[in-house]
Design a binder for this molecule. Structure first.
Ligand code: HPA
Length: 277
């Protein structure tokens, strides 16, 4: 088991007690600019964490305030396709749980499968399908985690409502949709995308599912947002290139930043916030 508890001590000493956790997907690092009073800790300085190796995934914890609410943000994540074990992939999420966040917002770049989805669209996740065939809850658990968490509603209905309200207020269109998590790193074949469509997937990506599973096992409320960076294989004319995914993420980052900041403001509206909590 990765030394989550000693890592949490180190992170807490640097960053305090965040209330909300955020995970940023490929190219979505622009959200960091919205964070005030930042303290940054690269994954390589955290005991037990390997460095993230994917372009667009810098791999660091960022602590600070969004709309006055103390947050901890994972800029970059670890993926199974980098050679990380399932336990390594979810270690940063376990650290957020150890820091005591009570809500987690996970974002990702994804391919659009539903015919109504265009590149640049934002999808508020209502469910997921796990085709990674990697289970992060096998073996030793962190204290307080549930071995067999209920997954009938992985994304919190109240948080989803909050996202919808803030999106309407900001004039941002949010499509509801189901995320399919795959291992990657190769993009899908056109035949696979047809299969995923028939299974009920609206978007497809290579992350997020392990984090959702571990957060649910820790009792953390979750919301998930996908940015559609491309039409999934076979549905658009273009061939898929990781650099294009990053560029699409950068282009839509502002919308997502405003949306997430608005939601965090609502979450923190109840009590005034300080870093030491
Ligand atoms: N497939 C899988 N992962 C992705 C895609 C895709 O089309 N786009 C961005 N991440």
């Amino acid at each position: 088991m990765i030394q989550v508890d000693s890592a949490v001590d180190l992170l807490r000493a640097a960053g305090g007690r965040p209330r909300v956790g955020l995970v940023l997907g490929s190219g979505l690092g622009g959200l960091i600019d919205h964070v005030a009073d930042r303290v940054e800790i690269p994954f390589r300085e955290v005991p037990g964490l390997p460095e993230a190796t994917v372009a667009g995934h810098e791999g660091r914890f960022v602590f600070g305030f969004l709309a006055g609410v103390p947050i901890a943000l994972l800029a970059g994540r670890l993926h199974a396709y980098e050679g990380c074990s399932p336990k390594q992939v979810v270690a940063p999420t376990r650290m957020l749980a150890g820091l005591g966040v009570d809500a987690l917002v996970v974002t990702n770049a994804a391919g659009g499968i539903h015919p109504r989805l265009d590149p640049g669209d934002l999808v508020l996740l209502d469910d997921y399908i796990d085709l990674t065939f990697r289970a992060p809850l096998t073996g030793q658990l962190r204290t307080g985690e549930e071995r067999c968490p209920d997954m009938s509603a992985p994304f919190d209905e109240q948080l989803r409502g909050l996202f919808m309200d803030v999106a309407v207020r900001l004039g941002v269109q949010l499509h509801p949709g189901t995320y399919c998590g795959v291992l990657g790193p190769q993009y899908e074949t056109a035949a696979e995308v047809r299969m995923l469509a028939s299974l009920g997937a609206d978007v497809v990506g290579m992350s997020t599912v392990p984090e959702v599973i571990v957060a649910r096992a820790s009792g953390i409320r979750l919301a998930g947002v996908s940015l559609v960076t491309n039409r999934a294989a076979g549905l658009g004319a273009e061939t898929l290139v990781h650099e294009d995914v990053l560029a699409a993420g950068a282009a839509a980052g502002d919308w997502l930043g405003d949306l997430v900041t608005g939601v965090v403001a609502e979450l923190g509206a109840v009590t005034p916030q300080t870093r030491s909590g």
